[in-house]
Design a protein around this ligand. Structure first.
Ligand code: MRU
Length: 323
């Protein structure tokens, strides 16, 4: 199922906030529709946000510089968003066909995901137990995904992985999206609460952790969905390889380390009200709701991009693949 599709001049977006209960496409029309779809996570996952924003740049009339700034402000951590709008702005300035450029971004993403999936799969063995956090599958990209890519590609090639997905509080992308996506693909998946990750590792059920990333600093610190750094700390404790899979465009060489990465903070109501019939805390209870945290490079075994498998020292090795 394609999450973003352009058919006969109309852009359709699979509304991820309704999954797994309803598979419904919406048709964004105005710049506010596009902005809100990103902000409210109807489209989410760094590469998918970039592709969707590229379509906004292609299809909406008006001042493209203003539009870029407006869209970029919807979610500050995912570098792929501003990367895609920048590329579309440059295409506009040089008189290129913007529909072709948005299609190119989408198609390149497909190739990129396939390569990342192949590199990732080369690190795994048939029968491995895998832990993943949040959703870095086809829903978060154009196809296959990044963190889930090796698992979906592996399934096609006959591998039998046993996948554990953290539910991923507060927004439950692991429960709502990853388990949905893996079930549909026929991958053996077990949903666990975030605080169960240590137990399944201790029980010897996990051979590797695979996650996506929203921004990677030049020293290899990575911003991933909130809770990921805790999983990385556990993986180190249990000597389990921890792999970050992301497109090359996720590396931000302007950020020296994770300290330079801006962490998106979201509305606390998402914690108290979003997925339960009744509020889970008092109305007046203060919430802190960061969308991402930073995983220190020392906790990461390898960063996998479409340009290959990058190992430590990240400072030096990431520079080698820099354009
Ligand atoms: O807040 P989200 O749902 O957009 O967060 C998504 C993630 O953390 C993904 O793992 C990340 O964007 C990588 S997407 C391939």
């Amino acid at each position: 199922m394609e999450n973003i599709k352009y058919e006969n001049g109309t852009l359709f977006l699979l509304d991820q906030t309704l999954l797994p209960n309803e598979e419904k496409y919406i048709v964004p029309k105005t710049k506010e529709d596009y902005f809100n779809a990103i902000k409210k996570l109807q489209v989410r996952g760094a590469p998918a946000i970039g592709i969707f924003a590229a379509w906004a740049m292609a299809l909406l009339d008006g001042d493209k510089e203003e539009l870029k700034k407006y869209l970029d402000s919807a979610r500050p951590t995912a570098v792929n968003l501003s990367w895609a709008t920048e590329r579309m702005l440059n295409a506009y300035k040089s008189g290129k066909n913007l529909i072709d450029e948005a299609l190119a971004i989408n198609n390149e993403d497909k190739e990129m995901c396939k390569k990342i999936s192949e590199y990732g799969l080369s690190l795994l063995k048939d029968g491995d137990g895998i832990l993943t956090h949040c959703n870095a599958g086809a829903l978060a990209t154009s196809s296959y995904g990044t963190g889930l890519g090796p698992l979906l590609l592996g399934k096609e090639k006959g591998y039998n992985f046993k996948v554990f997905t953290d539910e991923t509080r507060p927004l439950l992308q692991g429960a709502r999206l990853t388990s949905y996506e893996l079930e549909k693909a026929g991958v053996d998946v077990t949903l666990i609460c975030d605080n169960m990750a240590s137990l399944v590792m201790k029980q010897g059920k996990i051979n590797a952790v695979l996650v996506g990333a929203d921004r990677i600093a030049a020293n290899g610190d990575t911003a991933n969905k909130i809770g990921t750094s805790g999983v990385a700390i556990l993986a180190k404790h249990y000597s389990i390889p921890f792999y970050v899979l992301a497109p090359y465009s996720t590396i931000d060489f302007n950020c020296k380390s994770g300290d330079d990465i801006v962490i998106e903070e979201r509305d606390g109501e998402e914690i108290k009200n979003m997925f339960f019939e009744k509020p889970t805390a008092l109305k007046e209870t203060k919430c802190f709701n960061p969308a991402f945290d930073v995983t220190d490079n020392e906790l990461i075994t390898a960063i996998i991009t479409e340009r290959g498998i990058i190992k430590k020292p990240f400072n030096k090795e990431l520079k080698k693949i820099y354009d």
